[in-house]
Write a protein that binds this ligand. Structure first.
Ligand SMILES: Cc1cc2nc3c(=O)[nH]c(=O)nc-3n(C[C@H](O)[C@H](O)[C@H](O)COP(=O)(O)OP(=O)(O)OC[C@H]3O[C@@H](n4cnc5c(N)ncnc54)[C@H](O)[C@@H]3O)c2cc1C
Length: 317
């Protein structure tokens, strides 16, 4: 019986760093099983063994992706019961959080989202109120469901590899009866940049860019970073709403967040304040973004960003 069940949706040909973080966090809590949706590529199987996974569950039904989240929650509830899990870990994506909420109801479990660290006794740590407070919370229910923010912990393989056993999970109530069915899908044009929520480095721009995201994109590409934006920039139509970071946008927790021409309103801070290092570029020395910045550059971003990009390119050769 595993104590911890980690949900990994469609791993593809290699596990994402955020999935490795979930496996590492799970191991700190106890024996870890995985509830998988999708195929197990050999590289993924090898990673499960390396990260100490003891069991892999897969759904009998192969059509979970034909629906929005309800059948995934039903499957995960059945897998948690089969595993005897007392903690279920999911990623902190909007979908992960919605599955967590539904799972919480199915298992009468306490749900904690936006987790940045977990203690061995299950105490979860969160950064709340736009990062002004750090809280510790623990579910008092027999099962707890936690969603972990990407880039919160360093992935570490287990001291000894395992040979996980795979078994299929039948879902009595497959959750499809009343679920929204996906009727069509359209492939998003690939940018070649990392996914914003998982990215280790984010370069974000705001109204100060005055409609020209070029300098932000060039620095992002030099650093292998994702591009983010303030709501002022997305509302102005300068960049897609997908790039919005903040209270009503995406929550990011990268190692490095470079903020350019963003004032640092509380709603923007809410989405990025847990970044490990924040570098702010703003021409107004009194801008609130400097209150949370580790490094601040008072200057015109159209001077600063191209210089930074040129220097990084030079050092990379
Ligand atoms: C309910 C609600 C939800 C919201 N959700 C979000 C959210 O999710 N994300 C979000 O970002 N906002 C959100 N907002 C909006 C938020 O309150 C701010 O209005 C927004 O973040 C401002 O964006 P900005 O900093 O880019 O623009 P501004 O506040 O206009 O700041 C622009 C900054 O650029 C600087 N600047 C200008 N030109 C240059 C230059 N050439 N070089 C360097 N610096 C320059 C200025 O000094 C200024 O500090 C929300 C608001 C509400 C009410």
């Amino acid at each position: 019986m595993a104590n911890v069940l980690v949900f990994i949706d469609q791993p593809g040909e290699a596990l994402k760093k955020s999935s490795l973080e979930l496996l590492t966090a799970g191991r700190a809590l106890g024996e870890t099983a995985v509830a998988l949706n999708g195929d197990v590529h050999p590289a993924v199987a090898a990673a499960f063994a390396e990260y100490g996974v003891t069991a892999i569950f897969q759904p009998v039904a192969a059509n979970l992706d034909d629906y929005l989240v309800a059948p995934k929650a039903a499957y995960l509830a059945a897998a948690a019961t089969a595993a005897g899990a007392t903690t279920v870990l999911l990623d902190n994506s909007p979908e992960g959080k919605e599955i967590a909420a539904r799972l919480g109801i199915k298992l009468s479990a306490g749900v904690i989202t936006d987790v940045v660290a977990v203690d061995a006794d299950g105490t979860a740590h969160k950064s709340v109120l736009a990062g002004s407070y750090t809280t510790a919370a623990k579910a008092t229910t027999p099962v707890s469901v936690l969603t972990l923010k990407a880039n919160s912990i360093t992935p570490e393989p287990a001291p000894a590899a395992t040979v996980p056993e795979t078994s299929a999970v039948e879902v009595a109530d497959d959750g499809t009866a009343a679920a929204a069915r996906i009727t069509s899908r359209e492939q998003k044009v690939a940018s070649g940049r990392p996914d914003l929520t998982d990215a280790r480095i984010v370069v974000a721009g705001g109204r100060g860019l005055d409609g020209d995201f070029g300098p932000v994109e060039e620095l992002a590409d030099a650093l292998g970073a994702a591009v983010g934006a303030s709501r002022a920039a997305t509302d102005a139509g300068w960049i897609s709403h997908d790039a919005q970071v903040g209270q009503t946008g995406k929550t990011v927790s990268p190692q490095l967040y470079i903020s350019a021409g963003i004032s640092g309103a509380i709603q923007q801070k809410a989405g990025m304040q847990t970044a490990k290092v924040i570098v702010a570029i703003n021409k107004d020395a009194d801008s609130p973004v400097f209150e949370i910045a580790d490094f601040g550059i008072v200057g015109d971003l159209f001077d600063v960003l191209p210089q930074a990009t040129a220097e990084i390119k030079k050092r990379k050769g």
